[in-house]
Design a protein around this ligand. Structure first.
Ligand SMILES: [Zn+2]
Length: 194
């Protein structure tokens, strides 16, 4: 336990280095998969200090206060279960995740995706789950203000609003690239890690 007067400062790692803690719900599942629920080390240490979490795994580095040296937590578990939210926000991130970062016209997968209104805005198309899809820049340019049939395009799948379960499962397929090895035991990604 930290001393109440403790002035916690990182001792053996540089502040500029990211050492986030994976935050798990009381049932040991991540609070969210996409983005993966991570807390900055400062928040993780504070939660440990306030006894709101248990530490499940640690980094090799420590943080040092005047009286105590604490291992830096890499996985922490909430003591009180938080009911996961079922609402799905309509954002670029969740839209790309629904479409699995794939152009819904040509199947291109890449980081430079944009989004396209199936029924163009100029024709009254709304910015909604059922009218916006991930699209590559070239399809987006070629389609422009045309309808799908005018552009000779065919959607891979009719867009709909995804359920939170569907998004959660898709989120598991897209883990962050800078995963700490201690997190892997707590995640159930459908891909292998080196
Ligand atoms: Zn495309």
């Amino acid at each position: 336990m930290l001393d109440s007067q403790a002035n916690v400062k990182p001792a053996l790692f540089k502040k500029s280095i990211q050492r986030p803690a994976l935050i798990l719900n009381a049932d040991y599942r991540p609070l969210s998969y996409f983005p993966l629920s991570l807390w900055p080390w400062q928040e993780a240490i504070k939660a440990v200090y306030l006894e709101r979490v248990n530490v499940a795994a640690e980094y090799e580095e420590v943080v040092r206060s005047e009286k105590l040296t604490l291992p830096l937590p890499s996985v922490i578990v909430l003591k009180n279960y938080v009911v996961p939210t079922k609402t799905v926000p309509f954002t670029r991130a969740t839209l790309f995740l629904r479409d699995e970062f794939t152009c819904q016209y040509c199947g291109y997968k890449g980081k430079d995706l944009t989004f396209d209104h199936v029924v163009p805005k100029s024709r009254g198309g709304k910015t909604r789950w059922d009218n916006v899809v991930a699209a590559c820049q070239s399809c987006n340019l070629r389609k422009a203000a045309k309808t799908t049939s005018q552009a000779g395009f065919k959607l891979k799948k009719a867009p709909t609003k995804p359920s939170s379960e569907v998004l959660l499962n898709k989120g598991k397929k897209f883990p962050p690239s800078d995963m700490h090895k201690s997190w892997i035991d707590f995640l159930y990604f459908e891909k292998d890690f080196d």
